[in-house]
Design a protein around this ligand. Structure first.
Ligand SMILES: [Zn+2]
Length: 305
């Protein structure tokens, strides 16, 4: 059996339909970034889905820069964050509720994990899901993804439907070692001029795509997967591009994070410690920054963390 090529992003098109797609796979990149974190398996899998989704989105939105997919919650999960650049560099992190017992994550969907409830109020408090794009030479922009689904894939599908009016299919799947994602999207009318036929065709593709299980997505090589799903379609698969774990943190970015704390907070920190020992949450790198160094970094121009 042909094995899937990991740490890759592969585009494909339906040759005679206005439909395109992409399959992304993370292996070593996923293991490297989660090795130093002891995430519960359910959280590790969700983070894998977020990373696969960030890669898929960064490929769909053509830009040079960084895309961040971020969920903030008030439940067992406080933060899930995945970033992907146009060059295939990825990093991600999860932050959990301090007091959450190990089994708190079992059998819960994304929405349940992000929702907190205060006993006195007895109601669910929702989380937020955002996509932020920082593109070179353009202003940073952020969109809110409505939590209209139980899974990340469902929320993103309805986001494309509502904001871009683009029919989109997304399947995400992860285990403790790897994460995969597939996106198939209908493009604006180009060659499919008969709108009724076009709608039927999409419906068929959508239904066939929906038969793929998460396990199949992880196990099957791209060409085999697409052949099996779409027997009657002519699909062109492009060369894969590579994906790698790369944090991108630096002294400059750490200085940026410090500056964003505000002057009084910063002054009180330096009153307590001559040198601040900082650790990057994404990769574990250590940075020692004293006041003098901070001033130098600020003068050189800080970058957002
Ligand atoms: Zn780092």
């Amino acid at each position: 059996m042909i094995k899937p090529m990991l740490d890759s992003s592969t585009r494909f098109v339906f040759v005679d339909a206005d439909v395109r797609g992409n399959i992304v796979r993370l292996g070593d990149s996923f293991k490297q970034m989660t090795a130093s974190h002891d995430y519960p398996s359910e959280v590790q899998e969700l983070l894998g889905e977020f990373l696969a989704a960030a890669l898929l989105l960064s490929d769909i939105i053509k830009f040079e820069g960084r895309l961040t997919l971020q969920a903030n919650g008030q439940g067992n999960i406080r933060l899930l964050m995945a970033e992907a650049t146009h060059e295939g560099a990825v990093r991600g992190i999860a932050q959990l509720e301090d007091a959450a017992p190990a089994d708190a994550f079992r059998d819960k969907n994304l929405l349940q994990l992000l929702s907190g409830s205060k006993p006195s109020e007895g109601k669910l408090v929702g989380g937020t899901l955002t996509v932020t794009v920082e593109a070179l030479g353009r202003e940073r922009y952020q969109s809110i993804v409505p939590l209209l689904g139980e899974t990340l894939a469902e929320c993103l599908e309805s986001y494309f439907q509502q904001s871009e009016q683009l029919n989109t299919f997304i399947r995400l799947s992860a285990d403790s070692n790897q994460a995969s994602g597939m996106l198939i999207q209908q493009l604006p009318v180009q060659m499919e001029q008969d709108l009724a036929q076009r709608a039927d065709r999409w419906q068929t593709i959508r239904v066939l795509a929906g038969t793929i299980t998460g396990a199949e997505l992880i196990a099957k090589a791209n060409s085999v997967l697409l052949q099996h799903l779409f027997v009657e379609e002519n699909i062109q698969i492009f060369d894969a591009t590579s994906v790698q774990f790369q944090c991108g943190c630096s002294e400059q970015r750490m200085a940026g994070a410090l500056v964003s704390l505000g002057e009084s907070e910063l002054a009180s920190l330096f009153e307590q410690h001559q040198t601040l020992a900082l650790t990057c949450e994404f990769c574990g790198a250590h940075y020692d920054i004293d006041n003098k160094k901070l001033m130098r970094l600020v003068t050189e121009g800080v970058k957002p963390h």
